[in-house]
Design a protein around this ligand. Structure first.
Ligand SMILES: *Cc1c(COP(=O)(O)O)cnc(C)c1O
Length: 221
């Protein structure tokens, strides 16, 4: 199937209120344009250099999402244009995003990344760390970030039950944070979970945003 057909088919499978982020990392701009021509506007990348280069040469109404691990010293390169940063995994990074957003006279939308998988290597925060951060006076001084929700990745496993539990765990974290900290903030609404292999399960568990790469663009080299 073509990229356009993949987009159409996935959109038909997901509810209207779930956002589709097309993960175009390592893929050429021709592939992105094929998805764009099929109506796709949200694209996700995980390398700073690559997202900057693609942003410069592709249509300006694309919403670029940064989905990878972001180094503090590289925030400045994406701050002028990024529409959502999914992987905020430290207080230091959040502060830096606020600083660069301020320089660019804009507010940058962020998701806090939680560690829900069993693998040790995946980046992410836990609930205790996040609550400490949200309770701090320093956090209240950040004026140029908007927390829009949370993000997580399930373990790389065939065990369906385990994946469901990890997604359900993320959903519960979201509910607990919303109830405790964001009751009056309608912007805190996103649960970014689900990739090509598990987005159906993620949606069943309450995902509002799926990040799909290979099911749209084919396998990556
Ligand atoms: C690469 C990547 C995806 C997409 O993975 P696919 O399995 O190709 O759909 C989603 N989220 C993150 C954080 C990624 O790095």
């Amino acid at each position: 199937m073509s990229i356009a057909e993949n987009i159409t088919s996935i959109k038909a499978q997901i509810p209207q209120n779930v956002c589709l982020v097309a993960v175009s990392k390592y893929k050429p701009k021709e592939d992105i344009l094929a998805a764009y021509d099929a109506g796709q506007r949200m694209f996700g990348e995980n390398k700073v250099q690559e997202i900057v280069a693609k942003h410069e040469c592709l249509p300006q109404d694309i919403e670029w999402h940064f989905i990878g691990h972001l180094q503090t010293n590289k925030v400045k390169y994406i701050a002028p244009f990024i529409s959502l940063i999914h992987g905020v995994d430290s207080w230091k990074l959040l502060k830096q995003i606020d600083k660069e957003a301020q320089k660019n006279n804009r507010i940058i939308n962020c998701l806090l990344q939680f560690h829900i998988a069993e693998e040790e290597t995946k980046f992410g925060l836990n609930l205790v760390e996040v609550k400490e951060m949200l309770d701090s006076d320093e956090f209240k001084k950040l004026t140029h970030i908007q927390l829009c929700g949370i993000m997580g990745m399930a373990s790389h496993t065939d065990n369906r039950k385990q994946i469901e539990e990890e997604f359900s765990n993320l959903k519960n974290i979201f509910i607990s944070l919303r109830n405790e900290y964001f009751n009056d903030d309608v912007s805190f609404k996103e649960i970014s979970m689900g990739m090509s292999g598990d987005y159906h399960l993620a949606i069943e568990q309450g995902s509002t945003m799926v990040r799909v790469g290979s099911a749209i663009f084919g396998v990556r080299n």
